[in-house]
Design a protein around this ligand. Structure first.
Ligand code: HEM
Length: 501
């Protein structure tokens, strides 16, 4: 009897130990509790994961290990550690999401790894550049979308005298369609009208899929086995369904492109991709497939839409909260560009409007809309990896603490202040800071950086040139504290505008 009790206690102890044990040389971090992992602590230090990571860095250093459910998570902070991680081949993988486990496949650019990802990334980067990523030819397309936003804003000024302020406008409602249109133009050469019901449905799908992403702390991330056994308890089926709707929508366009393809005169990225697919048709190892094209299209929507949109939404928020900065930007635009033409890429690239340029850099730093980057993972899921004297277990998710880096007082002095001057030297010329990396760096850095920088700049400069903006009279100041997990944005807020010309 005594022996049974002792064996039972040992078994209980071993079970307990198994549930809370961490691998040897696992980075220091908050305790791991059975089943829930370190969830209590991440919640205690902030409602969103990206908020608790600043406390974790303070308490445990640049490499922190903790658990979300049974999943080991390694948080990497600080300039040197982030750079080291970002340039290492063996840490350039991505974690396998529950959706990919359920579907038993992963396509596209965001969550693929290895040779297939390398080939597809290289190809996409080269050809997306031809169709507008970072190209001046994109300027006209972007301006067309900005003018549609002007038209929406002007509706709130109907019946007002020139000196009068508009009716209040919800910023989140006026910018979305324009941003989708720019991406869709590059991919499929098509533009939707702002009132197109399908465009709005598509926007809804993309927003919901981002909002319910498991990396934002969903049940399936913490309890993968439970989610595999009972997927109906999670958002996975709904996400899958929305993903299928988006794929069906794209497939219609892919089929149309296949029918009307002229390989000598590609109209857009789809034409280029289908031509490459046809060239490699007889190669059974080819990574150029219909599914991969669908995956790339979906990823560009998911990675490109929300990020750019959120940043532009932040830009107007910073301007109504900092009217003196708004005025400085407008004075510079008036002096250099005047009011007879819109700002151009050339104005920025020739550094003719340094204050505006510095303000855009500050918008990207201060907002850091992808606060923990897109998670990395050990490239080979079979092997633990050594990093800065610690071991990163093979099935870990790695978070890159970009938000903390952009808000570190040791680097920026007064990071919580919105101050474009931090990006200007004594002569008023734009300067960079090594710790500025809203698009990540290294092997998996943002594929759409050039497009995003152009869009944020042009939307911002054109809106500033045309309108003065303010917090609606009698309303409280909106908060700059963002909401979200994988990508963040301000809560809905309103502005009043007045035409400047
Ligand atoms: C302000 C806007 C944007 C920000 C702040 C941003 C930021 C980022 C960040 C931090 C990463 C992860 C880097 C890493 O894993 O180390 C990333 C990846 C990525 N971004 Fe962006 N992004 C933006 C806009 C865009 C746009 C417009 C597109 C394309 C249309 C895009 C496409 C991608 C893709 C495909 C990846 C994955 C790259 C890979 O895994 O190889 N992004 N982005």
């Amino acid at each position: 009897m005594i022996v049974d009790i002792i064996l039972f206690i040992i078994a209980l102890y071993l079970l307990w130990w198994f549930l809370i044990a961490k691998p040897s040389k696992f980075p220091p971090g908050p305790p791991r509790w059975p089943i829930v992992g370190s969830f209590y602590y991440t919640r205690k230090w902030g409602p969103y994961l990206y908020q608790s990571t600043a406390t974790m860095k303070k308490l445990y250093g640049d490499v922190v290990g903790f658990y979300l459910g049974p999943t080991p998570v390694v948080l990497v902070s600080g300039l040197d550690a982030i750079k080291e991680l970002s340039f290492r081949d063996d840490l350039a993988g991505r974690p396998t999401l529950m959706l990919h486990r359920v579907l038993k496949e992963v396509h596209g650019l965001l969550f693929t790894s290895g040779e297939r990802w390398k080939e597809q990334r290289r190809f996409s980067l080269r050809h997306l550049r031809d169709f507008g990523f970072g190209k001046s030819s994109m300027e006209n397309i972007t301006i067309e979308e900005i003018e549609s936003v002007f038209a929406e804003i002007d509706k709130s000024l109907e019946g007002k005298k020139p000196e009068e302020w508009s009716n209040p406008i919800v910023v989140h409602e006026i910018l979305g369609p324009a941003n989708i249109n720019i991406l869709w133009h590059i991919l499929a050469g098509v533009r939707f009208s702002f009132s197109d019901p399908y465009l709005n449905k598509l926007l809804g799908f993309i927003k919901e899929n981002i909002a319910t992403n498991e990396l934002g702390g969903k049940l399936e991330f913490a309890f993968p086995t439970l989610a595999l056994l009972f997927p109906f308890l999670t958002d996975v089926p709904a996400r899958h369904k929305r993903g299928r709707e988006i794929s069906d929508f794209m497939t219609t366009y892919i089929e149309e492109h296949k029918k009307n393809l002229d390989p000598e005169n590609p109209r857009d990225f789809m034409d280029i991709y289908i031509t490459e697919m046809n060239k490699r048709r007889d190669d059974p190892a080819s990574s150029f497939t219909d599914k991969q094209l669908l995956g790339i299209g979906r990823d560009l929507f998911f990675a490109g839409y929300d990020t750019t949109f959120n940043t532009i939404v932040f830009s107007l928020l910073y301007m109504i909260l900092n009217p003196d900065i708004q005025k400085k930007v407008q004075d510079e635009l008036d002096e250099v560009i005047g009011k007879d033409r819109l700002p151009s890429f050339q104005d920025r690239d020739s550094h003719l409007i340094p204050y505006t340029e510095a303000t855009v850099l500050e918008i990207l730093r201060s907002s850091t809309v992808v606060p923990l980057s897109v998670p990395h993972a050990p490239l080979m899921a079979q092997k633990d990896i050594e990093f800065r004297g610690y071991v990163i277990p093979k099935d870990s998710t790695i978070l890159v603490n970009l938000h903390q880096l952009h808000h570190d007082p040791k680097i920026w002095g007064d990071p919580e202040n919105f101050r474009p001057e931090r990006f200007l030297n004594a002569e008023g010329k734009v300067i960079r800071n090594e710790a500025y990396m809203p698009f990540g760096v290294g092997k998996r850095s943002c594929l759409g950086e050039a497009l995003a920088r152009n869009n944020v700049y042009l939307f911002f400069a054109c809106l500033m040139q045309r309108y003065s903006m303010r917090v609606p009279e009698g309303e409280p100041l909106p908060s700059v504290n963002p909401v979200g997990n994988i990508t963040i944005m301000p809560n809905e807020y309103k502005i009043q505008v007045r035409r400047r010309y």
